[in-house]
Design a protein around this ligand. Structure first.
Ligand code: CA
Length: 240
């Protein structure tokens, strides 16, 4: 087998049995996604409006949600916010026709993990779904600790002085990297790779995720743990 055949096989290998909930009101787009993913071995569920989508997301075992931004009855952003507020941290890939930074950042602020602009190639959608589903390397139930903060990457629950925070996938990847390398400074590029793999994401998106993470672990505490190192990246450490 030639090297390019081998790499093509790896790139297109389906993730059998992965459960994907597609929340999309445009019938043709939903049907295309459904057909493509089912042929690739995924188990697909579909909701055509926000209320139904939220109910399905709360009640069924879902590995990844593909969420349209503009939905009847309950907007994609509101759905995202309500799902996260309920402690649900299933990875969310947001679809939008509006390619503005504003929409993307609002989506991330409400708890979306990644974002795809319509129209998109189905192979790109699948690559994003797989990347979102990829979890931290299984380090058993190892709990990371920095100062008063502890974090378990398996449960995705952080605790600080008796308060618990459920993190999103993106927040989890950022925090795990910062805690593993604490008290060292972690560069923007290293964090971008930790969240999106090679070649994905951008600085603005990273900053929004870090902002949301800071709101979880530092808000209300007298001494912040998450520090910005201007022009370089971030570090997580107790103040010296
Ligand atoms: Ca729509």
């Amino acid at each position: 087998m030639l090297w390019w055949q081998a790499s093509a096989m790896i790139a297109t290998r389906p993730a059998k049995g992965l459960q994907v909930l597609v929340i999309e009101d445009q019938h043709d787009i939903a049907a295309n996604i459904w057909d493509f993913l089912e042929r690739r071995g995924y188990v697909v569920d579909h909701a055509a409006d926000g209320e139904q989508g939220l109910a399905s997301a709360m009640n069924t075992m879902v590995d990844v949600i593909v969420l349209d931004l503009g939905l009847p009855r309950l907007d994609g952003l509101d759905l995202c916010r309500r799902l996260r507020a309920a402690g649900n941290n299933v990875p969310i890939l947001m679809l939008t026709a509006r390619d503005t930074l504003d929409d993307k950042l609002r989506g991330f602020a409400e708890g979306a993990d990644d974002y795809l602009v319509k129209p998109f190639a189905m192979t790109e959608l699948e690559a994003r779904i797989k990347a979102l589903h990829r979890r931290q390397p299984p380090q058993a139930d190892q709990t990371l600790r920095v100062g008063s903060l502890s974090y378990n990457p398996t449960s995705m629950i952080a605790t600080r002085e008796g308060q618990s925070f459920v993190l999103t996938v993106a927040q989890s990847r950022i925090l795990t990297t910062l805690m593993t390398l604490s008290p060292g400074v972690v560069s923007h590029d290293r964090l971008l790779r930790a969240v999106w793999g090679d070649g994905g994401g951008d600085r603005a998106a990273l900053h929004t995720h870090v902002y949301a993470l800071r709101g979880q672990i530092d808000r209300g505490f007298p001494s912040p743990l998450l520090h910005t190192v201007h022009g370089i990246g971030y570090r997580l450490a107790e103040p010296v």
